[in-house]
Structure formats: structure tokens, C-alpha cells
Design a protein around this ligand. Structure first.
Ligand SMILES: C[S@@+](CC[C@H](N)C(=O)[O-])C[C@H]1O[C@@H](n2cnc3c(N)ncnc32)[C@H](O)[C@@H]1O
Length: 250
């Protein structure tokens, strides 16, 4: 297996592929004024194995198109949807998030948890907004500085990894610039990093290394994740995923 295949194999075993939780998804949803009289059309972009897709399908009268680049993740989402009797609500689409060909103003809600960074927050909003009805909502979680200043080490790290990291006020400014009005914001609590993401990940390290016979690439993946966890534990005061819910005004 090459590195990408190993990464997919590592993350597919998890319930979620990034920080977040059932509670966070429902909290973000609570900011949206839902018209319960109609079937909503929702796109969930960068869905992974679809923890949040399932939450949305269970909560809403909706048809959800769940998009991801990796078919393995989508296959797991299809199986989970079937097991829960949600297959009529969830359709999957294997496609890159920067190459979507949805119809103009097709969706009531565009959802994306921990994934828009793959093309960048502003580019994602700019590209996806045309698929959303006026009066519709975007719900996006995105890595965010939670303080105005922070230690040089973590500032340098994130500015190298993802130069678009910024404070919530600057992210909201981007949403406003693109015709959205923010209606809700919160940042993910520590439990949504540790309990639902990092702890289950740590529990998979040994089995993953064993399965892949401690190959150099597998070891490098585990070391990179351990390093990420250490950074988070040291600097969790300064960053998190911010959850942005914004209404398309124009
Ligand atoms: C951090 S994971 C988040 C997954 C899921 N939303 C969650 O919170 O558990 C990011 C997801 O984006 C997907 N992804 C990466 N690049 C992509 C692209 N260009 N187009 C579509 N999906 C992509 C990955 O396969 C992965 O499932």
C-alpha cells in the first residue's frame, strides 16, 4: 500500500475522520431555521465515513448528497445508512470538492465538517455558494485561532500547515464578503478532539502497525498523528475547530 492507501486504511476504521461529535452537529443544526414542512436538500461535502451525515439524516426530513474523494469512505457510509434504514435519505457522490457540478441554488443547506480546508475556506465558500438557495445555510467547521495572540511555535506550525487559519471574526468577515450573514458560532470543546477523535485513534495505533508489519510508512503515519496529538495537548487553549453557521442573504 502506498501512503495514501495506508492513510485511508487508518482512518476508515474510525467513526469519524476529524474532531467533532454528535452533540456539535446538533448544536450547529440548532442555529438553522428549519422548514419542517418540506424535504430539505443537503450537500455534506468531505463527509468521510459520514458520522455527521447520519446525524443529519436521523434529525431531518431531508435528501442528503454526501460527497467525498475516497470511495472507501463512501462505501462505509452506504453500509451504515442501510443498517440504520436511512438509505432513502443518503446518496453518495465520489467527487473532488473543487470540481462539483451541482445545479444553481439546488440546496437548502451545505454542510462540511473539518473538510473545507482541503481547498481552503474562502475558495470553498466562493465555489459552493452558487449551489445554495438564497435563504439557505452553510454550516462549516474550520480550524480557528481561539485567542488573539499565541506562542510562536504553534503560530509557525499552523501557518505552515494551513496559512488560512485565522480568528473567528476574520472567518466571519469572509462569510460576509461572500453574501452570508453568520447566525451561529461556537468552537469545538476539548471532548470533541480527545474523546471522539484522538482517544479512538490512539487505540488503533498498535493494530494498524501490526497489520502493516511496522512498515516505515505506517510508522511515519502513527508518528505524525502522535505529534499532532502532543501539539493539541500543549496548545489546545489557542486553537480549535470553529463551527460557522451562516445564512445566504444574497
Ligand atoms: C478531516 S476529514 C473529515 C471527515 C468528516 N466530515 C468528519 O468530520 O468525520 C476530511 C475529509 O475530506 C475528504 N477530502 C479530502 N480532500 C477532498 C477533496 N478534494 N474532495 C472531497 N473530499 C475530500 C477526506 O477524504 C476526508 O473524508
Amino acid at each position: 500500500m502506498n501512503e495514501l492507501e495506508l492513510l485511508v486504511d487508518f482512518h476508515i476504521k474510525a467513526d469519524r475522520q476529524g474532531p467533532g461529535s454528535h452533540h456539535d452537529t446538533l448544536k450547529a443544526l440548532s442555529f438553522i431555521n428549519i422548514d419542517s414542512g418540506k424535504t430539505l436538500k443537503i450537500a455534506d461535502i468531505g463527509c468521510g465515513t459520514g458520522a455527521q451525515t447520519i446525524d443529519l439524516a436521523q434529525e431531518l426530513n431531508a435528501k442528503i448528497t454526501a460527497v467525498d474523494l475516497f470511495p472507501e469512505f463512501l462505501e462505509k457510509l452506504v453500509a451504515n445508512s442501510k443498517a440504520l434504514g436511512l438509505e432513502d435519505k443518503v446518496t453518495t457522490l465520489e467527487k473532488s470538492m473543487d470540481d462539483l457540478t451541482f445545479g444553481l441554488e439546488e440546496f437548502d443547506i451545505i454542510w462540511s465538517e473539518g473538510a473545507i480546508y482541503n481547498i481552503g475556506f474562502e475558495k470553498g465558500i466562493d465555489q459552493w455558494k452558487r449551489f445554495l438557495k438564497v435563504g439557505g445555510y452553510m454550516a462549516l467547521s474550520e480550524i480557528t485561532w481561539t485567542t488573539a495572540t499565541r506562542p510562536a511555535e504553534i503560530e509557525k506550525h499552523w501557518n505552515t500547515e494551513y496559512p488560512e487559519i485565522d480568528t473567528a471574526s476574520n472567518k466571519m468577515h469572509i462569510l460576509e464578503k461572500h453574501g452570508f450573514s453568520p447566525v451561529g458560532y461556537f468552537y469545538l470543546p476539548e471532548s470533541s478532539w480527545i474523546d471522539t477523535y484522538y482517544k479512538p485513534m490512539q487505540e488503533r495505533f498498535d493494530a494498524f502497525l501490526k497489520t502493516h508489519k511496522h512498515s516505515e510508512t505506517a510508522k511515519a503515519i502513527v508518528e505524525a498523528e502522535k505529534d499532532e496529538i502532543q501539539k493539541y495537548l500543549k496548545y489546545k487553549k489557542y486553537y480549535s475547530y470553529g463551527f460557522y453557521v451562516a445564512k445566504k442573504i444574497m
